[in-house]
Design a protein around this ligand. Sequence first.
Ligand code: SME
Length: 150
Amino acid sequence: MQLENLKQNITAILEGLDSTENKLQSICDYLEAQISYYDWVGFYFKNGNKEELKLAQYTGEPTDHIIIPFGKGICGQVAVSNENFVVQDVTDQDNYISCGWKVKSEIVIPIFVNGENIGQIDIDSHTANVFTKKDEELLEFTCLKVAEKL
Ligand code: SME
């Protein structure tokens, strides 16, 4: 993974003149295209004042899981834990919402604005045991930069 190059391009996308929505879509498209084992990339955000997440921009196969209650699935757990969640093998998880039989692993990183967990980036992979500390570093960086624009 060319971490520095990826970070530079994420920064460039966010510093462009596009709308925030288009920038988030571009980040999904960019990460999915650049990293071979990122098969679905999306952003979920807190849905108003409800205790649930709502799907925003994404790249990959359409999902039925547009709304995810806090506490449910990997995404809903991150909404309440405020911590990164790296799942190397989804079959090990009881509290998991499947987005298709092809998905083998998942990583979710929270996004904080003024100390509040307002959403997350979610990546699904069709390969198990694939995520490393470099993915966490790249995605934490992405979430920090995104937070500056929200
Ligand atoms: N697998 C997630 C649901 C969202 S999809 O991956 C797009 C979860 O368990 O929360």
